[in-house]
Structures are given as structure tokens and as C-alpha cells.
Design a protein around this ligand. Structure first.
Ligand code: DQA
Length: 164
């Protein structure tokens, strides 16, 4: 997608789309944590790639990481009215957190769930995502591309370009 994504406000001035990227627990260890599963990119590498992809779309990208469930809930809540979309890797909380799921449902901001590894090809407890049902879709197993495609999909959804 090469176009610049803007929404028209009442004044006719187009506002830049804004996407919040949320990373869950242990993703601060990327690069050192099981590189055979999660790859060699650090979290800073991933965030830099997402900001560059956002710029290519003409969209703003902010990033947030926490190891604490309640901080993830607060970040999701804070997206309401401030962001057009969320891209979230809830990490292990994907498999356990009713609180993160409820926040995603309540915030009214469309979210795409992403995973670096293919959660469906790993241990059985990772096959179920508690949080994915509160998202517009899930991308899993494509490493850094899971995030980049998640950002593309979130912006396409906001612009009404995504097939339904
Ligand atoms: C993960 C997959 C989860 O099962 C795991 O707990 C993570 C990372 C991924 O990106 O592949 O921490 O979300």
C-alpha cells in the first residue's frame, strides 16, 4: 500500500492515522529469548521497523511494552479516542487474560492480534487465544512480518479497504 492514510475531520483537514502497538510480557527480552523461536530482532528493532512502515503509510505509530497485565489493560483503555487502531502481541496473556480481552472489547478501537511464533504449531496451551476473539483478526508465525502485516491490516481496516 503506497497511499497516505488520512481521515477527514469536520473542518475538512485530514488527520494522520495513529496506531498503538502493544507488546506483552517477556517481549522486552527479544533477541536474547529463544532466538530459534522468536528470531534475532530486539524489541527496538521491531519498533523501528513498525515506525518506518507507519511512515510509509503516512500514519503515526506509538509503541508500548509491559510485563504487567494491569498496565496492558490501562494502555488499551487509553487508546480510546486517541488511536485509530491497535496492534497487540499480548504474549502469554493471550492464553490466560480475561482482563486484556475485556479491555480490547470495551475500548472500541479495532485491534489486530499478532504473534511472532506460530502458536497453533506449539504446545497445546498456546493453541487457544483468550484475546483473539476481541480482535478483528490474528496473524501468527511470520516473525517480524506478523507485526508489519498486522499494521498493514489494521490501517486497511480503518480505511475500509479490507475485504469482509
Ligand atoms: C508469543 C507466543 C506466546 O505463546 C508466548 O507466550 C509469547 C510470545 C509470540 O509472539 O509468538 O510470549 O506471543
Amino acid at each position: 500500500m503506497g497511499g497516505r492514510l488520512r481521515s477527514r475531520s469536520r473542518s475538512g483537514v485530514r488527520a494522520r492515522r495513529k496506531v498503538l502497538i502493544i507488546h506483552g510480557p517477556n517481549l522486552n527480552l527479544l533477541g536474547r529469548r529463544d532466538p530459534s523461536i522468536y528470531g534475532e530482532n530486539s524489541l527496538a528493532d521491531i519498533d523501528a521497523a513498525l515506525r518506518a512502515r507507519g511512515r510509509a503509510h503516512g500514519a503515526g505509530v506509538d509503541t508500548f511494552q509491559s510485563n504487567i497485565e494491569g498496565e496492558l489493560v490501562t494502555a488499551i483503555q487509553s487508546a480510546t479516542g486517541r488511536y485509530d487502531a491497535i496492534v497487540i502481541n499480548p504474549a502469554s496473556y493471550s492464553h490466560t487474560s480475561v482482563a486484556v480481552r475485556d479491555a480490547l472489547e470495551a475500548c472500541g478501537v479495532p485491534a489486530v492480534e499478532v504473534h511472532l511464533s506460530n502458536i497453533h504449531g506449539r504446545e497445546v496451551f498456546r493453541h487457544t487465544s483468550m484475546t483473539a476473539a476481541a480482535c478483528i483478526g490474528q496473524i501468527s508465525g511470520l516473525g517480524l512480518n506478523s507485526y508489519l502485516l498486522g499494521l498493514d491490516a489494521a490501517l486497511a481496516h480503518v480505511e475500509g479497504l479490507a475485504p469482509r
